[in-house]
Design a binder for this molecule. Structure first.
Ligand SMILES: [Zn+2]
Length: 358
């Protein structure tokens, strides 16, 4: 695999413009780990590994509503301006953070109206208090989607057998109509849908981020054409997204059998991680996939502050060999999580090379 040509890598400087600044976690404002420097260190490592960096191409908004509701797109693109107009910024509340969440149990079956004020509307779309919107957020969110869609274009046109999208912010926690978990638009789902629309009747998404991609899973849960498989730390052990991502979830209706979750106990390392990756690759083949999307989170790495998993750089290299080398499908690799800046770049380049790269 090391003789394969370098993977074209799509990026956009605009992805740096999202500055969450902080995340409110269990009532306290804390420094967030989803920082713009993540893009800088990955881009630098890609250049050092002789990958070709390509600018993302702008895609029309119609490409976003293939997997997201128009209401979500409208909220994400307008909420910060409405927040400024509402006078919050001048009172020191300089990020859109919801305080009110109209859940099904609150409503008890009473149909709800849309909240008139932006500070209440925020909780109709954002399901946690960690995923803030500020100046420059929408520009970056939109650019991340364009990275994923441009990478899908490269693979669909045959210009590349494999392409990597340096998406930031990440996307796999974003559902059709809601966002959270530092994710806003679901970049991997957009890429998978683009592959379907481009002629691949069966597509597989394999998610190796340390956390379950609840957004991607929900978007395709009732669909027969797109397989979603994930290996992640067990939500039942107390980890995000807490209430979904269990082994018992296998899809619904026409999608029955097209969802697969492999949960790992905290402290799991290469052996358990790679066993799950191999099983997911076998399932993608059984699904009859002719194209693959990899949700490449590297936060399962031992050094990462956001998960208790202990995967090594060599382990990510071997996962890349399985998914990019052995599986051999046209593949779009989409960046998800990964927060330990000193090792982030080499984890990504090791995966793309199919072997450990220091
Ligand atoms: Zn993650």
């Amino acid at each position: 695999m090391s003789r394969e040509p370098a993977v074209p890598c799509v990026w956009s400087e605009a992805t740096l413009s999202h500055r969450p600044d902080r995340e409110v976690w269990i009532g306290l404002a804390m420094d967030g780990s989803e920082v713009p420097e993540r893009v800088s260190v990955i881009a630098q490592a890609l250049r050092q590994a002789d990958h070709r960096l390509i600018e993302a191409v702008e895609h029309p908004d119609a490409c976003l509503t293939t997997v997201h509701s128009e209401e979500l797109i409208r909220h994400l693109s307008t909420a910060y301006d409405a927040w400024v107009d509402g006078g919050f910024v001048e009172h020191g509340q300089d990020r859109v953070i919801p305080y009110f969440f109209p859940t099904e149990v609150m409503l008890g079956g009473i149909p709800r109206t849309d909240a008139a004020s932006v500070h209440a509307r925020a909780g109709q779309f954002c399901y946690d208090t960690m995923t803030t919107l500020g100046p420059g957020s929408w520009e970056a969110i939109r650019a991340a989607a364009d990275c994923a869609l441009t990478a899908a274009d490269l693979v669909l046109s045959g210009d590349a057998r494999r392409a990597y999208a340096l998406c930031r912010p990440p996307g796999h926690h974003a559902t059709e109509g809601a966002f959270g978990g530092s994710c806003y638009l679901n970049n991997a789902a957009l890429a998978a849908q683009a592959l379907v629309d481009g002629g691949h009747r069966r597509v597989a998404i394999i998610d190796v981020d340390a956390h379950h991609g609840n957004g991607t899973a929900a978007i395709f849960y009732r669909r027969a054409d797109v397989f979603y498989g994930s290996v992640h730390v067990d939500p039942g052990a107390g980890w995000f997204p807490h209430v979904v991502g269990h082994r018992s979830e296998t899809g619904l209706g026409p999608g029955h059998g097209t969802t697969q979750n492999h949960t790992l106990a905290p402290g799991s390392g290469d052996e358990d991680f790679l066993k799950a990756v191999r099983l997911l690759a076998e399932s993608a083949v059984r699904h009859g996939a002719t194209a693959l999307v990899v949700s490449l989170g590297v936060d399962a790495a031992a050094d990462d502050p956001e998960s208790p998993l202990e995967v090594s750089r060599a382990g990510y290299g071997r996962a890349g060999r399985v998914l990019l080398g052995d599986l051999g499908l046209p593949t779009v690799v989409v960046q998800e999580g990964g927060y330990h800046l000193p090792t982030l770049g080499s984890l990504v380049t090791s995966f793309l090379a199919g072997r450990e790269v220091s």
